[in-house]
Write a protein that binds this ligand. Structure first.
Ligand SMILES: [Zn+2]
Length: 240
C-alpha cells in the first residue's frame, strides 16, 4: 500500500501551472508529496507568442518547445508532468481524454487538487480545463464508472488565480504562504523562455499576496503567497 500523499494539478497549457501554482507545487514537493501535473495541451497556438516570433515556426515545433520548457519547469519544482496534447484554441474534451483523466484520479488518489478558475473571458481554454477537471473528479467518485481502481474519495479542490482575477469573478478565500518554495518558483518561471515577460508580473503578484497574507494572519514571516479559491466547503471540527 502506497501511503505517499499526493497533489494533482490540472494545467490547460504548458506553463499555466508555473505562474499560478508554482509556489504550491514547490512547497508540497518539498514536504514529500508526490506532485503530478496534467497538462491538457501545449498552448502552442494561444500561449507561445515568443516561439512564434522565430522565423519558420510550425505548430509541431512550437509544441516541442513548450513541452521541453514545461518538463524543465516541472522538474525544477519537484513534480512530474504528463501531456495529453488535446489541443488549444480550442481545448476540447473527448471520451478518450475523460477516461484518461478519471484513471489519473483513481491511480494518483490525490489528497489535494489544483485547477483553473470557473471563468476567464481572455482564454476559453482555462474554464474548459476547470470543467474537465471537476467533471472527471465526479466520475472518478462513481462506483459504477468502469475503470480499474477503487472509487475516489473527496479530495478538496482549489482554483488558482487567473491572470486578471476581477474579470474572472475570482475572489480568493485562501492565501497560501509559499515563501519557502519561492526560490524554486522563481527559477521555474525564469526557465519559461517563451513567456519571459510574465516573470516580474507574477513576482509582484506573489509579493502583494504575501503582504495580504500577513495582514490576514499577523504572521510577519510571510513574504510570498499564492491566492486560491475553494470549490467545495472546508470540512472541519475546528473553526480557525
Ligand atoms: Zn493558459
Amino acid at each position: 500500500m502506497n501511503d505517499t500523499r499526493s497533489l494533482l494539478v490540472f494545467s490547460a497549457h504548458a506553463a499555466d501551472f508555473v505562474w499560478r501554482a508554482g509556489g504550491a507545487i514547490a512547497l508540497y514537493a518539498s514536504r514529500g508529496y508526490r506532485v503530478r501535473i496534467l497538462c491538457l495541451s501545449y498552448g502552442a497556438r494561444g500561449e507561445s507568442q515568443g516561439a512564434w516570433k522565430e522565423p519558420g515556426m510550425t505548430l509541431d515545433r512550437a509544441k516541442q518547445i513548450r513541452r521541453a520548457e514545461s518538463e524543465r519547469a516541472a522538474g525544477l519544482l519537484g513534480a512530474d508532468v504528463r501531456f495529453f496534447d488535446a489541443g488549444d484554441y480550442p481545448l476540447r474534451s473527448s471520451d478518450a481524454l475523460i477516461e484518461a483523466l478519471v484513471q489519473e484520479y483513481r491511480t494518483v488518489r490525490p489528497d489535494i487538487v489544483l485547477t483553473h478558475a470557473y471563468n476567464d473571458p481572455y482564454n476559453p481554454d482555462h474554464p474548459a480545463a476547470n470543467r474537465i477537471s471537476l467533471e472527471t473528479r465526479v466520475y472518478a467518485q462513481a462506483e459504477g464508472y468502469p475503470l480499474p481502481g477503487p472509487a475516489l474519495g473527496a479530495p478538496p479542490v482549489f482554483m488558482f488565480e487567473p491572470h486578471q482575477p476581477e474579470q474572472c469573478d475570482f475572489k480568493p478565500d485562501v492565501l497560501l504562504d509559499v515563501t519557502s518554495g519561492w526560490e524554486r518558483k522563481r527559477q521555474a518561471m525564469e526557465s519559461m523562455e517563451a513567456q519571459k515577460h510574465l516573470v516580474e508580473y507574477y513576482s509582484d503578484l506573489s509579493r502583494r499576496r504575501g503582504t495580504q497574507a500577513v495582514r490576514n494572519s499577523g504572521k510577519k514571516g510571510i513574504t510570498y503567497a499564492e491566492a486560491y479559491q475553494r470549490v467545495f466547503p472546508q470540512v472541519t471540527g475546528e473553526l480557525a
